[in-house]
Design a protein around this ligand. Sequence first.
Ligand code: IMP
Ligand code: MG
Length: 179
Amino acid sequence: MNKDISGILCDEAELDSIVKRLAGEINRDYAGKSVVVVGILKGSAIFLADLFRRLEIDCTLDFMAVSSYGSETIPSGSLRIEKNLSTDISGKHVLIVEDILDTGNTLYALKAYLEELHPCSVRLCTLLDKPSRREKPITADYCGREVENQFIVGYGLDYDEHYRNLPYIGILSPSVYRK
Ligand code: IMP
Ligand code: MG
């Protein structure tokens, strides 16, 4: 195990079964429909690659890179878009794929932004959810697993851009970020 990891939260076998279950739910709910899958860079990339290969519905793939700042009275007003869609989502079903739902600030603002583009529907699929941290009223339509309030890395999730390559999700030793 990587020396900076104090424990494994989700090993490769568990990740595989989570992805399989989520893909099953998505395949069932969108049967006969067409979906624009929007991966949120960079954290969702590894999860998305595994999930997307298990989708059996008609789907296309696009990416956004976003972050949120401060609080604004217009929900989408706090969204900073670093990379926008290259797909016209008007009249389409959109499925956002994210690594982790934490305070919810980013996804709350992103959902509001996407809804202004008149899609047919917007749903959210997140690998992990930290409900105890929530600051905005947002829930995932598809959730891999709820986690405690601890800092986790691997399988796409980073600390200062590192550890995304770990094939499992591990708890980062506090000694790393207290340095
Ligand atoms: P929020 O929901 O707007 O607070 O932001 C969610 C984003 O914070 C995620 O997309 C991650 O990039 C990041 N994040 C939150 N918790 C963790 C964690 O435990 N490890 C790594 N990144 C995290
Ligand atoms: Mg992220």
